[in-house]
Design a protein around this ligand. Structure first.
Ligand code: 3IX
Length: 200
């Protein structure tokens, strides 16, 4: 970026502005401990129909929190025997995205900042926790961390993020027609997306 170029929205801080509000758990959010299931069966993060995907499983937590588990597989390597950093960022992104269920919002990742603190070997179960920290207009501020060696083990990765709330049309207008047609033909998929949209 040249020095003369104006600041873009991408430079928005990860720290919520002073007039941001506390997040509110949606009254119909899944009960604590409930498995959230895939938001889309072809999703690389959580979809059961995505062979090399992460197959991350997230559960509702208390308040506006979720927990999740992801087992690092052979297909997820970067260096020999170690998880790829981008894959770990995906696990954090997916866990943070599943906070949508607790807010009943449809939101996409605007910004994701990741810290890698320890290498994560293949075969490791990454125990993830995420929470929404604040909401400001369409911006949802959140953070997550992933532990290894058990849910109380050392933190291996952590992230801060800003998700931006969108309408269902975001996907319909931008997605590839073939997949959009299939998703819209699936009544569960469409009902879920619409239900989120009309329940602010
Ligand atoms: C029929 C099919 C339905 C399918 C639906 C499926 C499921 C739905 C249900 C449940 C979902 C559940 C779980 C989801 C889990 C997902 C995990 C993975 C999530 C992802 O992996 S998702 C992919 C990566 N993601 C993208 O593909 C985004 C690409 N991008 C854009 O599409 C636009 O860029 C957009 C929409 C982000 C904004 O565009 P826009 O025009 O709508 O909004 P605008 O620019 O006006 O910004 C409004 C306010 O957000 C601030 N803002 C904007 N961008 C920012 C940024 N980057 N950083 C910080 N702040 C930002 C501005 O500063 C302003 O703030 P302020 O209001 O204060 O001025």
């Amino acid at each position: 970026m040249s020095a003369a170029e104006p600041q873009t929205k991408q430079t928005t801080q990860l720290t919520p502005p002073a007039d941001a509000t506390a997040p509110v758990r949606h009254p119909e959010a899944p009960a604590p401990g409930e498995l959230l299931g895939a938001h889309y069966d072809r999703c690389f993060g959580c979809g059961g129909e995505q062979p090399h995907g992460l197959h991350l499983e997230a559960r509702a937590g208390e308040g506006v929190r979720v927990s999740a588990e992801f087992t690092v597989k052979e297909a997820h390597q970067g260096a020999p025997g170690l998880a790829h950093g981008g894959v770990l960022a995906t696990a954090l992104d997916e866990t943070l995205g599943s906070l949508n269920w607790m807010l009943h919002a449809i939101a996409v990742t605007g910004r994701l900042e990741t810290d890698f603190l320890r290498p994560v070997p293949v075969g490791t179960v990454l125990h993830l926790d995420a929470e929404v920290t604040a909401v400001h207009g369409r911006k949802i501020y959140s953070r997550a961390e992933g532990r290894i060696g058990g849910p109380d083990g050392p933190v291996a990765v952590r992230a801060q993020a800003v998700f931006i709330e969108v309408k269902v049309e975001h996907f319909i207008d931008n997605g590839r027609p073939e997949e959009i047609r299939a998703a819209m033909a699936d009544p569960d998929q469409l009902r879920r997306a619409r239900a989120f949209e009309v329940n602010p």
